[in-house]
Design a protein around this ligand. Sequence first.
Ligand code: ADP
Ligand code: MG
Length: 811
Amino acid sequence: MEPGPDTLRKVLAQERALGFQDKAMIGGLDAFLERWRETKPEGLTIPESYKGLGVRERRQWIEGALATLEGAPAAIDKKVDAKPVSKPRHSNKTPSKPKPAPKEDSPDLDSPVTALKGVQEATAKRLAKLGVTTVRDLIYLFPNRHMDFRAMNPIAELTPGEDQTTTGSIWEASVVRLGPRRQGSKVIIGDDTGTIEIVWFNNTWLGHSLKPNQQIAVGGRVRVFRGQKVFENPEYEVLSDKASTHTGRLVPVYPLTEGLYQRMLRNLMRRTLELCIGKVSEFLDAGLIRRRGLMPIKQAIARAHYPEDEEVKERARVRLAFNELLLMQLRVLARKREWQLGQEARPIRTDEELERRFVESLPFPLTGAQSRGLGEVLGDMGGSKPMARLLQGDVGSGKTVVATGALLQAVASGAQGAIMAPTEILAEQHFQTISVLLGKEPDSLWGNEVVHSFDSALGRPVRVGLLIGDIRQGVKREVHRQIAEGAIDIVVGTQALIQKEVEFRDLALIVVDEQHRFGVMQRAALRQKGASPHLLVMTATPIPRTLALTLYGDLDVSVLDEMPPGRIPIVTMWVKPDQRKKAYEFVREQVQMGRQAFVICPLVEESEALQTRAATKEYERLSDDVFPDLRLGLLHGRLNSGEKDEVMDAFRRGDLDILVSTAVVEVGIDIPNATVMMIEGAERFGLSQLHQFRGRVGRGREKSYCLLLADNPSEEAQERLDLMTRTRDGFKLAEEDLRLRGPGEFFGTRQSGLPDLRMARLTDTKLLTMAREEAERAMESDPYLELPEHRGLVAELERLGGGWSIGGNEA
Ligand code: ADP
Ligand code: MG
């Protein structure tokens, strides 16, 4: 059946809710949009390539498309009138030229900005670049910072290098030439103590319009130019101008875009606030506001623009940040609710005898943390609520064993289990590891089998299957058939698992490894493979609590905070450029002792192709010049999975001494005989990523080493490298990463799902915890937010984009 326009609308709303990351559809939006090219709803254009658009362009297109779709005749809805429209609306009665939007005295918050007096199409376009299309967007466009116009310095006391403000009367104002092709304005002002020059580059208008004897306030950094103090491009206010007199206060400084000027925006904002702030309605209930001592919404918006002082400004920010965090947490909890309340899961009662046999069959005793973790997982699986649990544990903490114990119980109950890995290499490794942990003879490893069948603790043969994109079509079809028939008990795979051709007979448990590579949507898709399966998410990325609440807030958490005993700590060294030769000698010594080494090539941001070229060059250099007598292999993202396997297998078998690789070995690879991890360009990687690389060694009985090379690290990079050598605690490194690089960078570019927070900071633990508690409180008493006191909240959630109904509702 052809999907209707409603599907398109839902998907676009979803994409908006997910932050325009091209994540609303698996594999990206383009394939989906392609279907709409022929039969597109009237007035809609489909971009050549959505993927190719920048986030801002994506946003623009989606907002426009949604406005069009919501106005489309298919969805007759009176509320449409209140929605923003991208174009001026036509009046039915006047068939003549389209009229501009009517100007009102006090426009509705949802009307386009053109409804404001003085805002023409041109200004509206510029505002749109800042994400502002409606009046409401405008009043939510908060200043980047404030200028302090309260503490005025006498001109003689202005100190170079600092942000300061002063007032004076204009002595002289003129347009000047400031370079061969540069013009600007120059103004000299004076007070009782002296004079100072002010220069605005590329602005001739001020030189014309400012007049001698006007009082003016200026604020900005004071510099010294040819021995003279000067203000360059400062903020300013003409003090005689009543409406914009801001002496004695903090003056907002807004983000700008070409053609949009600070003063203009400031005046527009001030007028709009005066006109429209009364229309903003409080959406939190009075009890909550009192309980948490929050500033009411109207006040918070007004004060965020025009605070009396720093304290008021902070209280306003806290209120607005709380809004963002609360809504985010409500979405997260709604996801959990959909997972757990939507359908009942089949309880999988633990077969304790089987569990005991499984644990005893392992070549090592479980750590305390593993036993506890497995206990928590099995406890959840025994209930009729579908499990939604995160198993978090540093690299090498032994998560796979826990997952295997859980999968075994699912199989024992007569159902199927699945485990999904982020890469084919990892899927294949899990395929082998899990089979061996369940009792397969390890000596037949690394064949071409895609189904392992062997006797297990179950007392009957168990069948484990591999499903990755790259296996032969015929073989794949056979695996699909066996999964559908239930002949395969446990399926290990990549995202190939969630393709629509894959149907399970009876899927009861899904394990997702390294979840942060998967979006919420993939999780939802996978879920639909089973009636209402239990979900276990595993991650080795030690996520600080604040981020965990954001990204995984819908999951319960088990932590493996204990390493298997007997691990010898990895020695981490920062190798200075002049010690490179010694480092190579060291690698050679290790190889001569029978060990193996990884060499990671520096990160090349631009493209996979460049990355591959760099890795290939490094491989050739090392093979020809440095280690001509050793056996080297090369691994990069451009190899197809057969080639990757070949290299990995050779390394695993010990047929290679050194594996030169790009970041593809970052997660999960388990080669116990490798003892050296040498990382080139270490300064370009984040701490958490370096920690992941380091976790590739130290997995066997031998002492292992991590060598960090950095040719010209910045001061900040030096700080990071130094920390790497001092701490082995992944959590601490993650916290530090977050602090040093901010949440956007934290997971690298692959990360999705970080909400667009304007006033909130993810490092603001206290406020986040508060928002979490309030969200829980609301949803506990009223899981679907149907009570009258939650009406405002729901409206706000809906207004901010479709995210509210994510989870259960999309079919
Ligand atoms: P993770 O996925 O958490 O990084 P793995 O599950 O890959 O860790 O386990 C790392 C290594 O430790 C594997 O070689 C595994 O066999 C081994 N291992 C797991 N649990 C234990 C344990 N309790 N005692 C000793 N070795 C263990
Ligand atoms: Mg692992």
